[in-house]
Design a binder for this molecule. Sequence first.
Ligand code: F6P
Length: 347
Amino acid sequence: MRVGVLTGGGDCPGLNAVIRAVVRTGVAEHGMEFIGFRDGWRGPLEGDTMVLDVAAVRGILPRGGTILGTSRTNPASAANNVDGKSGIERVLENLESLGVDALIAIGGEDTLGAASKLHAAGGRVVGVPKTIDNDLGATDYTFGFDTAVNIAMEAIDRLHTTAESHHRALIVEVMGRSAGWIALHAGMAGGANVILIPEKPFDLDQVCEYVQHRFQSQYAPIVVVAEGAHPKSLDEAIGGQALDEFGHVRFGGVGHLLADEIERRTGKEARVAVLGHIQRGGTPTAFDRVLATRFGVQASRAVADGAFGNMVALRGTDIVRVPLAAATSELKLVPPERYAEAEVFFG
Ligand code: F6P
């Protein structure tokens, strides 16, 4: 069997661990041959491939990023229709002409949504869920999340000491466009003073009260805010108008808005640290390496079993198969009761 592999969407620590496990399992257990597609869906759309054998995956387990490259190309977007053929049709044609029997697509909501459309059009696809945001409904955890949380936690630990020395408030903006999982976990692990998430629009007066209270107790306030969080006074998250091929707005700016408002309303100094892509780079934690490796092993086995149209997922401690469509049907948001556990420590 000849199996294509692609990684799509934002990169994420653990992608290389999945690729390695996919190839090693497929070769050792099933005598499969692999072909790498470059830069997400752009690879199969344009027939851009690379060698993906056991030698190519040697030494990549601890490496961040993806040896295959990634992009936010959406094969289902009208922009990819050429000469009356949709992007999905072009992908199917290219897979056939390259002799690819099955495809393993590693990605988040968008990449797996396109995989689901390819499957509906007759493609033989298995998905692997990926996102540092941990917001895919069909799996308990995605790899990359644990690494991102640990990076953010370490940053918060460091910011505590400098904030206290200068008697300032420190605002830490982390990733999380629709779900506040990174903010919640990093904020709890780092002992943040306030955690703000997209799921619960915040009250600026209340945030400033927490900040004042913290200053009164002689400690410096650390406010952790997810990029997609917004004040009650605004209907939507703060960001530019730029859209990617999947129609997502690029967020950013809530940290600075908070710092300005805190300074204005409390008279205290506030500084902002926007962690951005630092959270996505570098080597994965042990948890993410193991999860990514288990996903890779099971993805190759799913291909060998002909279980197409599914993605591998973590349920409790087991790796299971769930329909690709389920992977993308519902985002996993922070439930109010989980947020309430963190609120105990606010102020
Ligand atoms: O989806 C993962 C994510 O990290 C989001 O939290 C963030 O909004 C987005 O990717 C940013 O990605 P990029 O800057 O690569 O487009």
